[in-house]
Design a protein around this ligand. Structure first.
Ligand SMILES: O=P(O)(O)OC[C@H]1O[C@H](O)[C@H](O)[C@@H](O)[C@@H]1O
Length: 449
């Protein structure tokens, strides 16, 4: 079977080939540091060999739990934020029919809704209203078990589920994915007797999609987690190659770092398939939280093409030349649709008649690549043979491994996120959270000025 492929050719008129080749020993050293666990953040390396360590028993347990939810719920709310949200959403959106939510319900195929990733009062009001006459269940996902957004949504959902479905059924259709011992989500799950899954200590949120954090909701959505894991396993093998030229994760890490050294401070991840929108959101957290430290790091952004060619296209073509693009390109769509011919040809589109829609999309992709490279934007391409679970698993591991290597090339700790706490401290102080008395006083003084 084929693998995903990285093509960096269209970056080579912007960076020196020799300089890029000089990364080989550095990249090799970073990979050894990851393997030996001797680098910064080495207590968070559980993702490195996660795919190959997943057992059939574990997958069976996840699938059995998913089945309980599928059989007993018309709607399943997946509550989580950041790493406890984006991976599941990325895979579910990529693998689901875009209009599933508008289609007539099939028994045993619950609608998946996400919550706990914002504090929008209207969002939560509308969600709880929608759920009023629904047989719903909840997957409560939080590594720390204390994240405000998720805890707040879960408090509302737990109460409503118990009131609507009774305590006994609620116990059956509420599942927790959290730490083995710590945090409010663990305490609640143990006290209520919920089925629960553990997020390993040594796997950080943004690297956790192949733990129950991602695998359980993905299985509930009816998506093949065996294939997802199989694809990740394959990439674990491919990306272990010490030869940079043969290792896509190593080559990607080296290329983006060399671009960064040449003033390309912003990476734009691009798709030409709207189903990949949330995959890009997942990628942004992975790279943003991993690399944005010590006042360094490429700023990860994303666009959906061709949609955003009609909005952001101008900036990319002619704005400040501090950007490069990485295109995730799906080679063959899962469905075929041909452009019909039209006798009157009022829209002038008969030159496309008989062509597959994807041929038009591919020419948009090629035309965009040429135009952007001409405009001074280096362009990499990650080719994906087809959008399925297996290749999504490959993509996930490829980007994770590259992120670890890239972070070490940048000489930062890619596995922590201390900066995320700053806003939380202020928010808790402003909300008078117990334990924040001093900070509350100080922040109020500051606001008076
Ligand atoms: O899983 P949780 O502990 O609820 O954390 C959810 C997310 O929020 C935090 O603030 C971090 O920035 C993320 O890295 C994390 O994935």
């Amino acid at each position: 079977m084929e693998n995903i492929k990285l093509n960096i050719e269209k970056t080579l008129e912007f960076i020196s080939k020799d300089k890029l080749a000089a990364y080989a020993p550095k990249v090799k050293a970073c990979m050894e540091t990851l393997e030996k666990g001797t680098g910064l953040g080495n207590d968070f390396l559980g993702w490195l060999h996660l795919p190959s360590s997943i057992t059939q028993e574990h997958l069976a347990d996840l699938k059995a739990t998913a089945q309980v939810l599928r059989e007993n719920c018309d709607v399943v709310i997946v509550a989580g934020i950041g790493g406890s949200y984006l991976g599941a959403r990325a895979v579910i959106e990529a693998m689901s029919n875009s209009f599933l939510w508008l289609q007539e319900k099939k028994a045993g195929q619950p609608t998946i809704i996400f919550a706990g990733h914002n504090i929008g009062e209207d969002y939560l009001y509308e969600l709880t209203s929608f759920l009023k006459d629904k047989k719903f269940g909840v997957i409560n996902i939080s590594k720390s078990g204390t994240t405000t957004e998720t805890a707040l949504a879960f408090r509302l959902l737990k109460k409503q589920c118990e009131e609507q479905r009774g305590k006994e059924m609620a116990r059956k259709v509420i599942v927790a994915v959290t730490d083995a011992k710590k945090g409010a989500a663990r305490v609640t799950a143990d006290k209520e007797g919920y089925k629960s899954f553990i997020i390993p200590d040594n796997v950080g949120g943004r690297f956790s999609v192949l733990t129950p954090v991602g695998l359980l909701p993905i299985a509930v959505a009816g998506i093949d987690i065996d294939q997802l894991v199989a694809g990740a396993c394959k990439m674990e093998e491919v990306c272990a190659n010490p030869n940079m030229e043969e290792n896509p994760a190593a080559l990607y890490a080296a290329t983006r770092n060399e671009l960064y050294q040449n003033g390309k401070k912003i990476e734009i991840l691009v798709n030409f398939q709207p189903k990949l929108h949330y995959f890009m959101e997942w990628w942004k957290q992975l790279y943003g939280e991993s690399e944005g430290k010590d006042h360094k790091g490429i700023y990860p952004s994303s666009v959906d093409f061709s949609t955003d060619l009609h909005s952001m296209g101008q900036w990319i073509q002619e704005g400040e030349r501090t950007i490069f693009e990485t295109v995730v390109s799906v080679e063959t769509p899962n469905h075929e649709l041909h452009v019909p011919s039209d006798e009157e040809n009022l829209d002038g589109l008969n030159f496309l008649a008989g062509k597959r829609v994807d041929e038009v999309n591919k020419m948009a992709e090629l035309g965009t690549q040429l135009a952007h490279v001409d405009g001074g934007v280096p362009n990499m391409r990650v080719s994906v043979p087809v959008l399925n679970e297996y290749y999504l698993g490959q993509l996930i591991y490829f980007f994770e491994k590259a992120c670890g290597i890239s972070g070490y090339l940048l000489e930062i700790n890619p596995f922590n996120q201390p900066g995320v706490e700053a806003y939380k401290k202020n928010m808790f102080a402003l909300l008078n959270k117990p334990g924040y008395e001093e900070a509350s006083k100080a922040i109020r003084e500051r606001l008076k000025k």
